[in-house]
Design a binder for this molecule. Structure first.
Ligand SMILES: Nc1ncnc2c1ncn2[C@@H]1O[C@H](COP(=O)(O)OP(=O)(O)OP(=O)(O)O)[C@@H](O)[C@H]1O
Ligand SMILES: [Mg+2]
Length: 248
């Protein structure tokens, strides 16, 4: 039997007294897309950070394609075929857009040579719509293009498992559909995807299954339509957003 591409069991991460992530368990079969939603501060980015080695778990287990990578370093996780974007973009500032993508290509599961990395960077930059910006410095990019660079760097790792943390943030409405098309195309190629987004329509359109986090815990999970119709989700998620809009 093939193991799920991602299996997380009882994952917990505390920051002092705060349980940013509490006893979270989830399975994502190979080739499927999991959408993760939840109010601000519900633990979405922490889940990605703990699974990809950027934060150590306090307790729990992370299995990637059946391999125990609990607490592994980020580069070990990347070498295992896992790509990710950061919610706060993190390019190498002293390198061009193209060089940033080439570095990722050489660090991926396949460890591309410089010549291969150049070709891969050209393909990936075209795919995310950054071909025209390849020679620029990351600091010169718009907010939306900086997010595209994050995505390009993650794709240059040639991941089998890809975590996307709010890659649609900062995109104009007309730019969202092409981004969703790209996510669907990656899924069609067999990439397993975990997508964190506040744009509920986007989550419903690309996800096979949706996980809802609330105060670090799993509130519910299941097919997108059923989850989005769940009164607890509407209360926890939309209620919070309405409260934010009215309050802060
Ligand atoms: N490095 C850290 N040190 C201390 N607290 C942290 C750290 N990272 C996250 N937290 C806290 O953990 C909780 C979960 O944060 P996280 O970033 O995972 O939320 P999120 O669901 O991604 O929110 P958002 O939608 O705003 O991105 C929050 O209360 C946050 O303040
Ligand atoms: Mg976050």
């Amino acid at each position: 039997m093939t193991p799920p591409m991602l299996e997380v069991r009882g994952l917990t991460r505390r920051f002092g007294g705060l349980a940013a992530l509490s006893e979270v368990s989830v399975r994502v079969p190979a080739g499927r897309t999991l959408g993760v939603i939840g109010p601000n501060g519900s633990g979405k980015s922490t889940l990605i950070n703990v699974v990809t080695g950027h934060l150590k778990p306090t307790s729990g287990t992370v299995l990637i394609n059946g391999r125990d990578l609990t607490g592994a370093r980020p580069w070990t996780v990347a070498k295992a075929g896992v790509g990710r974007t950061f919610q706060v973009v993190k390019p190498f500032r002293g390198m061009s857009v193209r060089e940033n993508v080439m570095v990722a290509a050489t660090y991926g599961a396949h460890g591309r040579t410089a010549a291969d990395a150049a070709g891969l960077a050209t393909d990936v930059l075209a795919r995310v719509g950054l071909a025209g910006q390849a020679g620029r410095a990351p600091a010169e990019l718009s907010v939306a293009d900086a997010r595209r660079l994050e995505l390009a760097r993650a794709l240059a790792l040639e991941p089998r498992l890809l975590f996307l943390d709010e890659v649609l943030a900062g995109l104009r409405p007309a730019e969202i559909d092409p981004a969703l098309d790209l996510i669907r195309a990656l899924a069609a190629e067999g990439v397993t995807i975990v997508v964190v987004e506040h744009v509920v329509r986007a989550i419903v359109e690309v996800s096979d299954e949706v996980l809802v986090l609330h105060e670090g815990k799993v509130l519910t999970s299941g097919p997108p339509d059923r989850v989005m119709a769940d009164p607890r989700v509407i209360e926890a998620y939309l209620g919070h957003r309405y409260a934010r809009r009215g309050g802060a």
